[in-house]
Design a protein around this ligand. Structure first.
Ligand code: DX5
Ligand code: ZN
Length: 219
């Protein structure tokens, strides 16, 4: 089956001193979504940006803000990210006691909800969420940092989730995040992914290469 591939550059690899300009540049270079990595120094060993920065960035692009929350607890911050302009909010099931309730909350605010699976997280947490979620994000690195090496064992997980999605008949995007470049993107796509996050591979070389870099990921 031929799926339209969505490229969601992670702004973690952008120049943080000029994030607004960087977002405008990837928008112009032809990205589909904008991936925002939110880290709290507790759920993952790094601290990045909060809802105030997301709000400041919102006027710089009309593209979908694909917000990846690596924070725990997660529930009390959902409203702030929705108010800031997030379109999709993805969270890790380990980040709160009631993932189904978290999904319900995101959906009640009119936004799309995603579940993120770490490399060691098994698939069973998805079973009773398939009818409620809009996106499944498979981490192909351990979350916390850009520039890590793609973990190949996750290809098998992507294939298994692709089967689950197709069997469910639900309209769910299958996104992959971590170590995606021109070599690993085709592997992820062949395994069934339809949405690719790429930080290092998008921002490599600076703004004059963004369009070429994004095109290279589409295969
Ligand atoms: C890792 C983040 C990723 C990361 C990807 O915790 O979720 O989005 O920025 O970076 P690259 O593409 O450099 O592996
Ligand atoms: Zn991410």
């Amino acid at each position: 089956m031929n799926r339209e591939i969505i490229i969601s550059p992670s702004i973690l690899s952008a120049d943080f001193a000029k994030l607004g300009e960087e977002i405008q540049a990837i928008d112009k270079a032809g990205c589909d979504w904008i991936h925002v990595d939110v880290m709290d120094g507790h759920f993952v060993p790094n601290i990045t940006i909060g809802p105030g920065v997301v709000k400041a960035l919102r006027p710089h692009s009309d593209k979908i803000f694909d917000v990846h929350l690596m924070i725990s607890p997660v529930d009390q911050y959902i409203d702030a990210f929705v108010d800031a302009g997030a379109d999709i909010i993805s969270f890790h099931p380990e980040a709160g006691p009631h993932p189904h309730r978290t999904v319900q909350h995101i959906k009640s605010l009119g936004k799309k909800a995603g579940i993120v699976l770490n490399p060691a997280t098994p698939l069973d947490c998805l079973t009773y969420l398939m009818g409620d979620i809009d996106l499944i994000l498979v981490m192909s690195v351990n979350p916390g940092f850009g520039g890590q090496k793609f973990i190949h064992s996750q290809l098998e997980k992507i294939r298994a989730i692709r089967d689950m999605i197709d069997e469910s008949g639900s309209d769910i995007r299958l996104e992959v995040d971590g170590g995606i470049d021109q070599n690993t993107a085709p592997l992820a796509i062949a395994a069934g992914a339809d949405t690719l996050v790429a930080g290092t591979a998008t921002f490599r070389g600076g703004p004059k290469y963004y369009a070429e870099n994004i095109r290279g990921l589409r295969g």
